[in-house]
Design a protein around this ligand. Structure first.
Ligand SMILES: Nc1ncnc2c1ncn2[C@@H]1O[C@H](COP(=O)(O)OP(=O)(O)OP(=O)(O)O)[C@@H](O)[C@H]1O
Ligand SMILES: [Mg+2]
Length: 472
């Protein structure tokens, strides 16, 4: 049995200052945990059996046509600039053109040390691999632009973190792995010919409708504004919005210490390493502007007349908060059943959120309950709710089929953090059934699934857990 992946590797054709070529390190005993067959079909991958898939996506067999490389990038981490990061534990196997004509990267994560590993071991632990698999597929099913999960493989080797943990390799599919930090690397090193090549490559791959650096920047800002507003409309907290975890394509990337919020509070933080709340739920709208300002700064040398570039780019960045407000209004307006939300509707949305915050309402369940008329049960202050409900009813009286609209955007099922942790605990004991069950339920988040009702329950106080960086 052979496996055929129709590689066409364009990043590998860029100069070698963009990456380090190398092969994945072997693992002791690769064992397939999951393989995403529908995604494989989209990518034109054919011919599969489990041992071969485990050998390929564990890193022991390099598939024909692959040209494995670790990409170099820099980035601001928690506000401080790291002049050189790069794939310290990831390897791009190559790219394929998918069934719809889109170029997609196939990348191993946890495949061993690279020249960019610094002090890391190049490996990934089983828990974070399963978290990334589950969360990225759940986000895709919710309709959010995101990297995808193709495979997860146990390595049969231990990794050493705070404790000894089983290792795994994750295979990620992305429309590219170009990060804000990739631009920052060449800009900070004053490698301007490479910066120009990266700009042209990014533009041709993701934004062929644009021409100038300013047009590209504006297009990226638009996608990132839409992305973050969509995250917020689902109660998603990315947790580590460093500029190296921020893509030019506008896809969500790096599911490290991320989580969906249970009780609504704008200051919610899940990551144990985010001690000052830099990447708290509500802060995401500001941080994405900051990240785009770093991209803008890195792009200035692309323009001959730098003063003109600075004023053009400043205008683009300054327009972002308004863009985000508009995207936010559309997303949250739809959650209330509005086909065409108006600026004055922001008040109605904010008043509901304030009631939810005051009583610690469950974000997902409260919005889901609006369409069925049971949201009152989720709010502590019933009197305020009744007054708000009357205003809302008046506003949606003229809407056609608001319930259907609400059901299409207010999920019943999200990847609740306590369930993700339970799933990881079971997998550490060798039981992957909860992982597969969660994957199945979360692939249909907007459908009522009476058999899975228990997965809608918010965590009990004893079940609440932080998402941490421990053991990535
Ligand atoms: N175990 C490890 N060994 C080597 N390098 C690592 C390891 N874990 C993280 N790194 C590197 O540290 C930097 C920041 O890590 P971060 O957690 O943002 O990335 P990641 O989760 O490894 O990957 P990605 O952003 O590709 O999803 C990256 O350069 C990453 O490659
Ligand atoms: Mg990262």
């Amino acid at each position: 049995m052979t496996l055929s992946i129709p590689f066409d590797n364009s990043y590998a054709r860029l100069p070698d200052s963009f990456y380090a070529r190398l092969t994945p390190a072997r693992v002791a005993a690769p064992e397939l945990i999951a393989f995403n067959m529908p995604l494989a079909e989209e990518l034109g991958i054919s011919g599969t059996d489990d041992p071969l898939l485990a050998a390929i996506f564990g890193g022991n067999t390099l598939p024909e046509g692959a040209d494995a490389l670790a990409q170099i990038y820099a980035g601001h981490q928690f506000g401080g600039f790291s002049p050189q990061l790069g794939d310290g534990r990831a390897l791009l196997l190559g790219e394929v053109i998918d069934r719809s004509g889109t170029r997609r990267d196939i990348q191993l994560k946890g495949s061993g040390p690279t020249p960019f590993s610094r002090r890391g071991d190049g490996r990934a632990a089983l828990g974070p691999v399963l978290r990334e698999y589950l969360l990225s597929e759940a986000m895709h099913a919710l309709g959010v632009p995101t990297t995808r999960a193709l495979a997860a493989v146990r390595t049969g080797e231990d990794v050493y973190r705070e404790t000894i943990l089983p290792g795994a390799v994750f295979t990620r599919v992305a429309s590219s792995h170009i990060r804000v930090g990739t631009f920052q690397l060449f800009a900070s090193r004053q490698q301007y010919p490479e910066l120009q090549q990266l700009f042209e490559y990014t533009r041709d791959r993701h934004y062929p409708e644009t021409k100038t650096p300013g047009e590209l920047l504006a297009a990226v800002c638009q996608r990132q504004a839409a992305l973050v507003a969509q995250w917020m409309s689902l109660g998603f907290i990315h947790g580590v919005m460093n500029t190296d975890n921020c893509t030019l394509s506008g896809e969500t990337i790096d599911y490290g210490p991320c989580a969906f919020m249970d009780q609504y509070h704008p200051d919610t933080v899940y990551s144990s390493i985010d001690q000052h709340g830099r990447y708290a739920y509500q802060a995401q709208a500001d941080i994405i502007v900051w990240n785009m300002a770093q991209l803008a700064t890195a792009m200035v040398p692309l323009v001959q007349d730098q003063d003109a570039a600075v004023s053009e780019f400043t205008e683009i960045i300054n327009a972002m908060p308004n863009l985000i407000r508009g995207e936010w209004l559309n997303r949250f307006g739809a959650k209330l059943g509005l086909a065409a939300p108006q600026p004055e509707d922001a008040r109605l949305i904010a008043d509901l959120l304030h009631m939810m915050q005051a009583g610690g309402s469950d974000f997902t369940n409260t919005f889901r309950a609006l369409a069925s008329g049971s949201a009152r049960d989720e709010i502590t202050d019933r009197e305020s709710y009744d007054a708000w409900h009357a205003r809302w009813q008046e506003r949606i009286a003229s809407e056609a089929a608001p319930e259907a609209r609400m059901h299409a955007v207010n999920p019943a099922f999200i990847a609740r953090n306590h369930r993700v942790e339970q799933m990881i605990s079971a997998a550490l004991e060798g039981d992957d059934s909860l992982f597969h069950h969660l994957c199945a339920v979360l692939s249909r988040p907007y459908e009522d699934q009476p058999d899975a009702e228990e997965l809608r329950r918010p965590p009990l106080p004893s079940e609440v857990v932080q998402a941490t960086f421990c053991g990535t």
